[in-house]
Ligand binder design. Structure first.
Ligand SMILES: C[S@@+](CC[C@H](N)C(=O)[O-])C[C@H]1O[C@@H](n2cnc3c(N)ncnc32)[C@H](O)[C@@H]1O
Length: 400
């Protein structure tokens, strides 16, 4: 039996889901937009340096605006995403982390991630980010093949990527990198070699994304003109199944569709927060947030254009363009495809609490019978290997 004080201590350490709170900071600038990218990204003018002090101050101002919505919760993770956050001065990152600590507060072992590009400009700054409080680095390596980096329009070589990884290791003991696969013209044998080479680098965490052709990108135009041929659904499903098996064999259990950790200690708390549909504040141009107030989930979105965002923050303290209450259907529509991505899935009660009465047990039974959901627990939604490549379709069916 636990004594009363030990029990109290243990319950504080449990951090129930409703107390989890993340912060997403969007840095909207890149040296160059990649031809496949549809994120809210703006190319920098090389003749006009970013006014880091102005951006630090504006991001902190918007953070102050959102801080009261934390309602006593402390932060469990912060994620600097982009764009290219490694174009932020360490002082800018530090100002935001300090403001977050003072105005919201941190839970012990908070995870603070920054996305970095493997160009020399970013890599020089790693020690500065570490000193500012960043404790996890996510490197956008994308490929270990020179011709693929060229085709992807990347601004770095394979050697620069490997050198950035070495520099990162001198500053961080929690490093992830991203690779994109199922690229046009890539065959599985070549990918097998590239992936083996990546795993031999023993990252703590690796994110593997299948290249998707997004609307309004240069890759979409090239695909439409037949200049590149994207992989079809069967090919990508094959790539996916093979890749997952290879990762498991190398000891990288996938805790989510695209994310794999060397061991559970390196799973990303911020990623998990998204997939479990927990709350996060989103600041910076185009950032999204999801916050529960008075029992209702609120979706926030900030102005996308950097100049408009700056102007609004200067005049009204924030640049929120929409702040919508999500009804139960909308909450389920968001939470289902997210939650189904988690390898261990989520309990039925997670979805029931978000959308009471909207989850049809009959449809879940049908999916269990078809082998898309694990059938050993009927109070739990866990996608099987067969279901993983078709998660969005499964989520759509459950809600229909
Ligand atoms: C916000 S981006 C990272 C930006 C970072 N500046 C970089 O370029 O590496 C996050 C990740 O999403 C992935 N990604 C972006 N666009 C993609 C696409 N069209 N298909 C697949 N993955 C994509 C890339 O692996 C990228 O590292």
């Amino acid at each position: 039996m636990l004594s009363a004080s030990l029990w109290l201590l243990a319950s504080e350490m449990l951090e129930p889901d409703q107390f989890r709170l993340g912060l997403y900071v969007h840095w909207p600038f890149c040296q160059k937009r990649c031809p496949y990218c549809d994120f809210n990204v703006h190319e920098l003018d090389p003749d006009q340096p970013t006014d880091q002090a102005q951006w630090a101050s504006a991001l902190c101002t918007e953070l102050l605006h959102f801080a009261p919505l934390a309602q006593g919760r402390r932060l469990t993770s912060i994620f600097f995403g982009g764009g290219t956050p490694s174009l932020m001065a360490p002082e800018t990152v530090e100002a935001i982390i300090d403001t977050a600590r003072q105005e919201i507060g941190f839970l012990n072992d908070i995870e603070i991630t920054l996305e970095a590009n493997p160009t020399s400009a970013g890599a020089e700054r790693f020690a500065g980010y570490r000193a500012a409080g960043v404790n996890r680095l996510s490197l956008g390596i994308q490929s270990l093949r020179a011709e693929a980096l060229l085709a992807l329009g990347r601004q770095h070589s394979v050697d620069e990527a490997l050198a950035a990884l070495e520099l990162a290791r001198a500053a961080f003991d929690n490093i992830s990198f991203d690779l994109m696969y199922a690229r046009p013209r890539q065959d599985q044998v070549a990918w097998a070699e590239e992936l083996d080479q990546a795993l031999a680098l023993r990252p703590n965490h690796i994110s593997l994304y299948q290249l998707t052709i997004e609307p309004n990108t240069i890759f979409e135009q090239l695909a439409r003109k037949g200049i590149i041929r994207p992989k079809d659904d069967d090919e990508t499903a094959d790539f996916y199944q093979w890749t997952r098996a290879r990762l498991i064999a190398a000891g990288y259990a996938g805790y989510e569709v695209s994310n794999h950790a060397e061991n559970p200690a390196f799973e990303s708390a911020h990623n998990r927060l998204y997939w479990a549909y927990q709350d996060y504040i989103g600041i910076g141009p185009g950032a999204h947030g999801r916050l529960t107030t008075e029992g209702t989930k609120i979706a926030t979105r900030q102005h996308r254009a950097p100049s408009v965002w700056l102007k609004h923050v200067a005049t009204q303290g924030h640049a929120t363009v929409t702040k919508d209450r999500l009804d139960p259907q909308q909450r389920l529509a968001e939470a289902l495809p997210f939650g189904l991505r988690l390898t261990e899935g989520l309990p039925f009660t997670h979805f029931e609490a978000l959308a009471p009465g909207l989850l049809s047990r009959g449809k879940l039974e049908a999916l269990r019978a078809e082998g898309y959901l694990a059938d050993d627990k009927d109070d739990w939604l866990q996608v099987t290997g067969a279901g993983r490549p078709v998660i969005d379709a499964l989520a759509g069916y459950i809600q229909s």
